[in-house]
Design a protein around this ligand. Sequence first.
Ligand code: ASP
Length: 598
Amino acid sequence: MMKTHTCGELREKDAGTSVQLAGWVNRRRDQGGLIFIDLRDRWGITQAVVDLEAAPEAHAIADSVRNEYVLRIHGTVRIRPEGTANPDLATGDIDIVADQIEILNRSHTPPFYINKDEGALDEALRMRHRYLDLRRETMQQNILLRHRVVKFIRDFLDAEDFIEIETPILFKTTPEGARDFLVPSRLQPGMFYALPQSPQQLKQLLMVGGFERYFQIARCFRDEDLRGDRQPEFTQLDLEMSFVQREDVMRLMEQLATEIVRQVTPQKRLIAQPFPRIRYRDALEQYGTDRPDIRFDLRAVDISEIAGRSAFPVFAANVQAGKKVKCMRVPGLAGTLSGTQLRKVARDLETMARRAGAKGLAYITIPTDPAGELKGPIGKFFSVELKLELLAAMGAQGGDLLLFMSDEAQIVYAVTDALRNHFKAELDLDDDLLAFCWIYDFPEFIWDAEHQRWDPSQHMFTMPLPEDLHLLDSDPGRARGSQYDLVCNGYEVGGGSIRIHDRAIQEKIFPLIGQSMQQAIAEFGHMLEAFEYGAPPHGGMAWGIDRLVMLLAGAPNIREVIAFPKTQGGTDIMAHAPSTAEPEQLRDLHIQLDMPAE
Ligand code: ASP
């Protein structure tokens, strides 16, 4: 080995030991006769001192090195002289008196600082030189954390008798609602493999194959427009179990989540245990989304009954027409603002609501003086009695701001979500708090008005709840699926369900989602057939590893926890992927390009 110790390892007790370290020059300080080199490796930083008189050759080399040169330094550990210890460094009580230095490689001046976090670095520059970016401490920590999380998952599941099994990357469509990436087959001209959007079918077939408990750290591929925090390829913890019910999977998965946090990131705090369980419908009604951040408690409350009796014509008419009136209480906001400030805030919130599709956003403020009048444009429409009912329903206190929404349900959800996100940003929530919750009782299908068909709300293999099975024939829109999603701080960390294992039930799904039986057999015939050979009842889940690690790392997006991510445009700007193919390659594949006009 080129090193006897790491750069994070030596302490006072090692004084007098002769050592050899190897790593990168983090920083070099020249004080004439003495040159100080902070040598960095994965484990830390150790300072070496080179004395012109004691080691003239080493000093001459030290004189020529620059940041990010790769060195091997030989020397003796000593306790640093009185007053020169560095309490910020784990090795700060000692340094190495160098007697030999060898330059193992040189480095250009890096395009950005590696030895200090300079605030916002240009991401394109970071991606272009990702190998340098990865040397930065934050990235090293993130990638290390990712390793620890995955290792913990493997050990946990191994102890629970799960087997890790690899499934093919070159396969056939495994739809999860995105486009497939296709790979042309050379040996079978005109044929294509599809990269799996998830190992969904394969893991179900492994259950038919009798393994009972499977998992995989699986790469998944989805050709989507890269909106927000997505990557064309990403990593799932994929898992499946036989002879289980929804409760069994949820319980084990909750235990796994809890243990990861406890053991791998003990500095994080879980807000609630057991994890709260929220029905899909309640999540939408209260939070406006099926992945609520429940670290803060702003919710929309249905006050249709009260508002319908107010003198405000819009509310009365909407309630008559069967629409709801919802109210969100923002504690104390009005009490801290002047009249002008309040009107400005209300205008901004209204703009936000309009952007989410609403026609407006009414508000009233609760006076700090209990005898005072409700203020705000619609305060006057509430009689004294109605006002008391409203305050009681909302638990409102003096100084609160009440916001009112009334529209089509989808618009009210969107406004609720937008308002919550706005106030969330203002609240400056603690990233060390992890608020996991389960969302369950999803509808089995969601109506797709554009294509006039039902879309699976999870995927086509989700078993409807047993008590709703009969609805597949009569009223599919009302059938609930066995799906459960694990949500944390507003992100969907994972989702799963109990699966259909019965051919007759599976066959009922296809026509509902707009697939002819012929099409279904061509694409999923192997599944239907497998169900006829003793498929056990089974269910499972998949977690987004990138998102989970992002949350545990407190990173702002998943690119910070992936070694070589793609940009928003789906490209790797370091290696230039995707790139054009050689004409010969295309010829071998019998592919002719038909490019759109510029
Ligand atoms: N295959 C599903 C997904 O990728 C997860 C599951 O149902 O296990 O979302």
